[in-house]
Design a binder for this molecule. Structure first.
Ligand SMILES: Nc1ncnc2c1ncn2[C@@H]1O[C@H](COP(=O)(O)OP(=O)(O)OP(=O)(O)O)[C@@H](O)[C@H]1O
Ligand SMILES: [Mg+2]
Length: 260
């Protein structure tokens, strides 16, 4: 099973759009995919058309030792399964203040009972117990980044967090991969920031970029994605290519780790 966190400490960088479209692209190519919405704002859950679920049928089940993931209803949307967010996450966060509270998601997946090829966590733009749970439960991290100052800074801070998690909590976590999103080819800043991040992180910056796309800016709120709504759009093509590259890179990272 591949476990992947989508994370950038800066907001609005395309995390949720990326989680949905990477999951959908993997689903289309025959992978069994589970998306876990760990963002208390639950934007991914909402745009996939899922109403506020009962807490025990939401991502809060991960933090409830009497429930196993197997028993929790997952929603079939856009070619993948979704464990929806809950507004209760904000309240429960206050109780999750022990050092061991970062291990809940990892333990829930380790208990088994669910059979997926890929599990993807969508996270909020902040370092919280939830984003740490995602990073502790993952082997891979993808950092969507828009070619602007603050998102690039957020991406660098995210890379530092990943490094800390790797050192202290999860040695199986690979260094992050970066994906430029909302790229407007007419603006020179994209090349500028791309060169900057590539100098710092080398080939961890994916070659594929996601361009600005009107069809990606729409939210359908009925569980469909750009692959079904507008399959020939540049948004669909860019995410199909980015997913191919991402999958290849994750498999390379795994192979390299086994060889060591
Ligand atoms: N390639 C794109 N082209 C056009 N619009 C996009 C693109 N990617 C994302 N958007 C739009 O940008 C906004 C922010 O995207 P998204 O919600 O995916 O970011 P996020 O990082 O998850 O935000 P948050 O930090 O609030 O969770 C959304 O309105 C989305 O529809
Ligand atoms: Mg989001």
């Amino acid at each position: 099973m591949i476990t992947l966190t989508i994370c950038n400490h800066k907001g609005g960088t395309g995390k949720t759009t990326t989680a949905i479209h990477v999951a959908a692209a993997l689903g289309l190519s025959g992978h069994r995919v589970l998306v876990i919405d760990l963002d208390p704002q639950g934007f991914l859950t909402r745009v996939m058309g899922i109403p506020e679920p009962p807490e025990e049928a939401s991502v809060l089940a991960l933090f409830n030792p009497s429930l196993s993931l197997q028993e929790v209803q997952r929603h079939r949307v856009g070619g993948f399964d979704l464990l929806p967010s809950s507004t209760g996450l904000t309240r429960v966060m206050r109780q999750l203040n022990r050092p061991t509270d970062v291990f809940w998601a990892k333990e829930a997946l380790a208990k088994g009972g669910v059979d997926y090829d890929v599990v993807i966590f969508d996270t909020a733009a902040a370092v919280t117990v939830y984003s740490l749970n995602a990073l502790v439960a993952s082997q891979h991290v993808l950092v969507p980044v828009t070619p602007e100052y603050q998102p690039v800074l957020g991406a660098e801070q995210t890379a530092q967090t990943v490094h800390l998690v790797r050192e202290k909590l999860n040695p199986t976590l690979h260094p992050p991969l970066f994906l430029f999103t909302q790229v407007d080819a007419r603006k020179r800043t994209h090349q500028l920031y791309r060169r900057y991040l590539s100098r710092r992180y080398g080939d961890r910056v994916l070659e594929t970029v996601i361009r600005t796309s009107a069809s990606l800016a729409q939210s359908f709120e009925d569980g469909s994605t750009v692959f079904t709504q507008d399959p020939y759009s540049r948004g669909a093509r860019d995410y199909a290519n980015a997913t191919d590259e991402l999958l290849r890179r994750m498999l390379q990272d795994r192979a390299a780790a086994v060889a060591v």
